[in-house]
Design a protein around this ligand. Structure first.
Ligand code: AMP
Length: 617
């Protein structure tokens, strides 16, 4: 692609394309990518393109000769998108840390080199779609260990993909194989091309299915496992790799769903958030699928009966794709994501607000818990469309064990919290299990460092009371608790000021928190943190979305409850410096401004104890 100087397009499978028009752009972009943590991400989309109709990138070869990729960067050599399908690797070869996640196009349009505005405009700010593409990565079922004929298997894969691809809406399917020159990949690719299957919806990818994101830059929320009938680790190939990569969490979660699997069937297993596959790769579900076995050395061999084999392989793919559709379906039923409201380190998969499992309505909970059921292509799911998925999740069917303690998922307010959004709640309820993370534990509150600090110093003071999810649950009887939280927060701010007297702290609550369990933010006003990445992060601490602890206490004293309104509008407000109130077009600009702004804080903040400063000497 670079050779031909063609411009990459988002619909080729890139998550993010950044057009650089001069070396400043390149530098700024590399900086933005280098600042990312291993699980961080930038918004998807196309940034900095001046002429969207242009077909070729001027001067790219000249640029490539001139610029060498930084030594600590580079794409994974063994994870490349297949050639006839979207090419993630070409551009990745010249990009930095971000290659693992995004595609960065470094180009110089020689005549257009004027300013770096466009790049800066789009680089981190989130004015383009931030939607993730839900992706199922699946290995070819039965063709390796079970020795199913590649040619026949590829026909079935393409047939099944074609059947399902139009039901996917925004999602996509990716056939993955570890080896370059994989026969099954090339057969499928050729056949899919012939059938004109939309390459945005389906493509092939060479890479390790357990490292697609960290090594290949391909984000796949769901991966399929070519499982054995016992649903146990072991054997070789994909099954062993997935169980090893996912850790014990997958074994346990699988056991909760099903103990065995029949050929042609699949079982969807939501991956616990402590699984490394979840935290490192962003995989939220594993779908175990069992295909037909043609290998006489393995159990239940079909003795070369391809009639039966083909029928079971079709069933297996149907079960797999039906399972995937059920995940999509439960996601599409989600209420508007809090991540859209607050976008706290989205696809920073550690962040609960990005995890759709944290945004299930009560009725979704059922789907969530049921999505671990066993899917089969049988009388129960003929046609295998969305409706049949609904049937599948009906309690009367023969599915895996449904688990989930609803009471734990629901708070006292109408909001329902998923597993990840409960981290603070669990810490508050069981501090003994989190000793290493805690700075202080008292009867009513405890203190810890924010895991994704948005400033140099960012602590959380957690209420330890059951039934207090957020400000909305706070009433007159909690006044004493709020005062304790404030006093403890203040004590820690003062302690930190003792270490660095140049700091300034602010104590407050988010109007609409992303995490369950009332928590007070104690945050230094430098906002010097790589975790602070977008407008919503900024505005959540620098608009009325952030309710100062002192004001909340006053309101509870006077009215018995805190005022909670306009939370949405606050987060989309323009970016303004919290000191001089100057406006800035994007986060990089704002950050570079605040790093030097010495203007006094606004009066409103300086009054009534809103800010905590070192005592004047
Ligand atoms: P809020 O939007 O007020 O709910 O903020 C929740 C805060 O919790 C965010 O600043 C997150 O960075 C932080 N956070 C998320 N998970 C954890 C965790 N496991 N431990 C500590 N802080 C966390």
């Amino acid at each position: 692609m670079l050779q031909k100087k063609e411009l990459p397009k988002l619909n080729e499978g890139f998550a993010r394309i950044v057009f650089c028009h001069n070396e400043n752009d390149v530098e700024a972009t590399i900086k933005a990518y280098t600042a990312l943590g291993p699980l961080d991400t930038l918004s998807n989309g196309c940034f900095g393109q001046k002429n969207p109709d242009a077909k070729i990138q001027l001067g790219i070869m000249k640029f490539l000769k001139k610029v060498e990729a930084p030594s600590n960067v580079g794409s994974s050599s063994d994870s490349v998108q297949d050639s006839a399908y979207p090419q993630a690797s070409d551009a990745n070869n010249i990009c930095c840390k971000g290659t693992a996640k995004e595609s960065l196009l470094l180009g110089v349009a020689s005549k257009e080199v004027k300013e770096s505005e466009n790049l800066a405009k789009g680089s981190v700010d989130d004015d383009v779609s931030v939607d993730e593409i839900t992706t199922l990565a699946f290995p070819s079922i039965s063709t390796a260990d079970f020795q199913f004929n590649n040619e026949t298997a590829s026909d079935i894969i393409v047939e099944k993909v074609e059947e399902f691809v139009n039901k996917l809406e925004n999602a996509r399917l990716v056939l993955v194989d570890l080896t370059h020159g994989s026969k099954i990949l090339s057969l499928v690719r050729t056949k899919a091309e012939k059938r004109n299957i939309d390459s945005k919806k389906f493509f092939t990818f060479v890479g390790n299915i357990t490292q697609l994101y960290s090594q290949g830059g391909l984000r796949c929320n769901v991966i399929a496992n070519a499982a054995n009938w016992r649903l146990k680790p072991g054997g070789g190939g994909v099954n062993a790799a997935i169980f090893t990569a996912a850790g014990l969490a997958l074994e346990t979660a699988t056991k909760e769903r099903a103990n065995s699997l029949l050929p042609g069937h699949a079982v969807v297993v939501p991956l616990p958030s402590d699984s490394p596959l979840y935290t490192r790769e962003g995989v939220s579900h594993v779908i175990h699928v069992l295909g037909p076995n043609m290998n006489p050395q393995r159990p239940n061999s079909l003795n070369n009966d391809y009639n039966k084999g083909c029928s079971i392989l079709r069933e297996a793919y149907t079960s797999l794709f039906t399972g995937f559709l059920s995940i999509l379906r439960s996601r599409s039923k989600l209420p508007r994501r809090i991540s859209e409201k607050l976008a706290l380190t989205p696809l920073d998969l550690k962040d609960p607000s990005l995890d759709p499992r944290n945004h299930l309505t009560n009725s979704d909970q059922k789907i969530k818990r049921d999505d671990g059921c066993v899917y089969e292509r049988s009388k129960k799911c003929k046609g295998a469309n969305d409706e049949t998925v609904a049937d599948i999740s009906a309690p009367s069917s023969t599915y895996g064990k449904v688990t989930g303690d609803k009471s734990k998922l629901e708070g006292p307010t109408s909001k329902t919290w998923g597993s990840w959004a409960q981290a603070l709640y669990h810490i508050a309820m069981h501090p003994e299990k989190h000793k290493d993370e805690l700075l202080e534990v008292l009867d009513d509150v405890l203190v810890l460092n924010d895991l994704y600090p948005k400033a140099c110093k960012h602590l959380l003071v957690l209420a330890r009371h059951e039934g207090l999810d957020g400000l909305v649950d706070v009433h007159q009887e909690h006044l004493q608790l709020l005062m304790t939280m404030h006093a403890v927060g203040l004590k820690w701010a003062e302690k930190l000021l003792h270490e660095d007297s140049s700091m300034v702290f602010r104590l407050g609550y988010h109007l609409a928190p992303s995490m369950r369990q009332l928590h007070l933010h104690v945050i230094s006003q430098d906002f010097n943190s790589n975790h602070l990445k977008n407008k919503k992060h900024w505005n959540s601490f620098n608009t009325a979305f952030f309710r100062d602890s002192v004001d909340v206490i006053e309101e509870i004293k006077n009215h018995g409850k805190a005022t909670i309104k306009d939370e949405d509008s606050q987060l989309s407000m323009e970016l303004r410096c919290h000191r001089c109130r100057s406006a800035h077009p994007n986060i990089p600009r704002l950050k570079s401004h605040i790093s030097i702004c010495q203007a006094p804080f606004p009066h409103a903040l300086l009054e009534n104890g809103h800010l905590v400063l070192a005592p004047k000497t």
